[in-house]
Design a protein around this ligand. Structure first.
Ligand code: VAH
Length: 316
């Protein structure tokens, strides 16, 4: 049975991935860590406060728990990264470097998410290919491309089993997003229930790839469990499920809540970032090499998001 360390378990992906992995591999086999205490995760299973920039501390946790797989989820996201690009580089690359070095020394596999943010304005916009030009114009994207290159290097040079997917914008009804350009696609559902109206910070006609969190969590496990002999690529696979604009998601919500209204107060930083990213991804390689297939579309996700948020806000 895998012995898993999650670095950055308190974030949008980590807080749900920890629970998801514990259901599959057993609570005791999934050690959640974050720079801050996470009470809910600590009540479920092993938790350690860990600064991912402290390599010795990370190595000590790996030794103490006999870890063989590291999920490195530490990242300052795109919009917040543009407010402090030097910190984004320090944290994102510092955590990745430590995860890769500890994995090299302790013979662990490593999963590090990349993102559609790794592409830039010169990448083909529609059905962006697996292998193409990648000149991102955000520090977040620079960190993601660097992460992909470092992870592939550690595999080819040192034999570390590194794997990664390029996540679209992730939508979840459990954990709120933290400073990304795609956060609007979560906030819109909360406001549809809370107030019946939403002011969108992203232009009405900008397409971005999006994915419901249950599909994202399943992708992490399916990739890490895939037969390595079948992997032509590793860092990092395009995966896709849906692509929409703010107008499209607004119309989907209105089918269920006819009185819902939306206006715009476009954030120039988020506009520039969103317009630099692909409209849609080609995920043929993930489908062929490890059987990727999405299970959630915009309609099914909208039903699930509204239902869960109604329940959550009713309890609040
Ligand atoms: C962001 N949610 O907006 C993240 C993600 C593809 C977007 O990487 O920065």
């Amino acid at each position: 049975m895998k012995r898993i360390l999650i670095v950055g378990a308190g974030g949008q992906i980590g807080s749900e991935l920890t629970t998801y992995l514990r259901k599959i591999y057993g609570d005791a086999n999934v050690v959640a860590t974050d720079v801050r205490e996470c009470k809910a995760l600590a009540e479920q299973g092993p938790f350690e406060v860990l600064d991912a920039l402290d390599a010795n501390a990370m190595a000590s946790v790996v030794s103490r728990y006999g870890i063989d797989t590291i999920f490195n989820l530490v990242a300052l996201l795109s919009a917040v990264g543009e407010k402090n690009p030097q910190l984004a580089w320090k944290v994102n690359i510092g955590a990745l470097t430590n995860s890769l070095e500890v994995a090299r020394e302790r013979k662990c596999a490593v999963f590090t998410p990349s993102s559609i943010g790794a592409f830039g304005p010169s990448s083909p916009k529609d059905k962006t290919p697996q292998d193409t030009v990648m000149r991102p114009t955000t520090m977040y994207g620079v960190c993601k491309v660097t992460g992909e290159l470092m992870s592939d290097y550690y595999h080819s040079r040192f034999g570390v089993d590194t794997r990664s997917v390029r996540f679209p914008g992730l939508i979840s009804n459990v954990t709120l997003p933290g400073g990304g350009t795609t956060d609007y696609a979560v906030e819109i559902y909360y406001e549809a229930i809370r107030s019946g109206r939403f002011t969108c910070p992203v232009p009405s006609d900008v397409y971005m790839d999006m994915m419901y969190m249950p599909d994202a969590l399943r992708a992490c496990v399916e990739l890490m469990e895939a037969d390595p002999a079948k992997l032509v690529h590793r860092n990092s696979f395009n995966i896709a499920s849906m692509s929409f604009t703010p107008e499209v998601i607004c119309a989907e919500i209105r089918k269920r809540l006819p009185d819902f209204t939306m206006d715009y107060d476009v954030d120039p930083v988020k506009k520039a970032i969103a317009e630099s990213w692909p409209n849609s991804l080609d995920d043929t390689c993930a489908r062929e090499e490890w059987g990727w297939k999405p299970e959630w579309d915009l309609s099914r996700m909208t039903d699930d998001m509204l239902e869960h948020i109604r329940q959550k806000l009713a309890l609040a």
